[in-house]
Ligand binder design. Structure first.
Ligand code: HEM
Ligand SMILES: CC(C)=CCC/C(C)=C/CC/C(C)=C/COP(=O)(O)OP(=O)(O)O
Length: 306
């Protein structure tokens, strides 16, 4: 989970295919799809059977394509903003290597193919929820909230939190409370995830004229918010155990990971450095990846040991 694109170094984008591929923000989308797959796994007792495998496969591909389309659409809208920021200036859209028409066509194509897969091979509910998530990120967050308010990523985070709900809907055809709980966890995880990055990229965001929290309210206030969110997140991650959705294996992982995240936030609050902010951001990615992996392991192993 190490990052090159979170640093100033650009990934090598030699071929046109690679340029298009990078527009889909592949690493972010991989974790998004992983969370959707966990939503699918938890929606069925035990392993999927027969046709359920095909549904899960089509749902994974469909959600992947629509999420990639949303990311590419974001690059299209933010072409000029991306050009001003060190972290994003390498993108093919920002450098003018891909035109607006090419990017729009690419995004529309991915969205159409992904939506068709969900409609025909999964179910209409999943298609509509995934499309709403596309609109939530690509339009509501990118076009409206991001340039308007420092709460952009809090409200916009709701769309990034949707993947487990999409996965659940794919297998069950409804929106279960367990899926909503996973959604709540990602929703509360997003602010400390993003603000840790925004702290060591504050100058980038200031230059681009974006009202991110460290730009509008300063580093100290942002760090306090990160501390508060990591505590609330730790409390929320206990809910799957407390509601009987998950067992001891998950609980141990949630407590260890949650305390570690709180510890990072606390150190960031007490003795800030860009390096620590970067480490906190990278840890946030491990935190969510391992927490969701623990949900999965618990789901399959717990029935055998209880
Ligand atoms: C509104 C919500 C979110 C915001 C504003 C946000 C913001 C960011 C930003 C600015 C980066 C750096 C990207 C780069 O330089 O390429 C990043 C990286 C990342 N984000 Fe988020 N994020 C959000 C939600 C999510 C969600 C929901 C997930 C997964 C479930 C996620 C997973 C990741 C991963 C895996 C990376 C590392 C990418 C890499 O290593 O290149 N993010 N995020
Ligand atoms: C259909 C579906 C599941 C859609 C998922 C939507 C999605 C891709 C959410 C991820 C959020 C994300 C990439 C934030 C990056 O923030 P930013 O856009 O502010 O970052 P940037 O400065 O790197 O462009």
């Amino acid at each position: 989970m190490s990052s090159t694109s979170t640093s100033a170094a650009a990934p090598v984008t030699s071929s046109r295919w690679q340029q298009y591929y990078q527009l889909t923000k592949p690493r972010v989308v991989q974790l998004i799809v992983f969370c959707a797959v966990i939503g699918m796994a938890l929606a069925v007792p035990g392993l999927p059977e027969g046709r359920e495998w095909l549904t899960a496969l089509a749902a994974t591909a469909g959600i992947w394509l629509v999420a990639g389309a949303a990311a590419a659409f974001n690059c299209l809208i933010e072409q000029q903003i991306d050009a001003k920021m060190k972290r994003t200036a390498w993108r093919a859209t920002a450098k003018g290597e891909l035109s607006r028409a090419q990017t729009l066509t690419f995004s529309a194509l991915l969205c159409a193919v992904g939506s068709a897969m969900l409609w025909f091979w999964v179910n209409p509910l999943t298609m509509w929820l995934t499309f709403a998530t596309f609109v939530g990120y690509a339009v509501i967050y990118t076009v409206i909230l991001k340039p308007m308010t420092p709460q952009n990523i809090v409200i916009g985070g709701a769309s990034g939190a949707m993947p487990p709900v999409l996965g659940w809907a794919a297998m069950r055809g409804d929106v279960g409370s367990e899926a909503m709980l996973m959604c709540l966890i990602i929703f509360l995880w997003t602010p400390p995830h993003f603000w840790a990055l925004a702290l060591y990229r504050t100058e980038d965001y200031r230059k681009a004229g974006l009202p991110m929290l460290p730009v509008t309210h300063g580093g100290e206030f942002t760090r306090l918010q990160i501390v508060l969110y990591t505590w609330i997140l730790l409390a929320a991650t206990l809910l799957p155990f407390l509601t009987g959705m998950s067992g001891w294996i998950y609980l141990v992982a949630a407590i260890v990971l949650g305390l570690r995240f709180c510890h990072y936030a606390w150190r960031l609050w007490k003795q800030y450095s860009d390096q620590l902010a970067r480490q906190t951001f990278l840890f946030s990615i491990w935190h969510l990846s391992l927490l969701f992996a623990a949900l999965l392991v618990d789901h399959y192993v717990q029935p055998w040991i209880s």
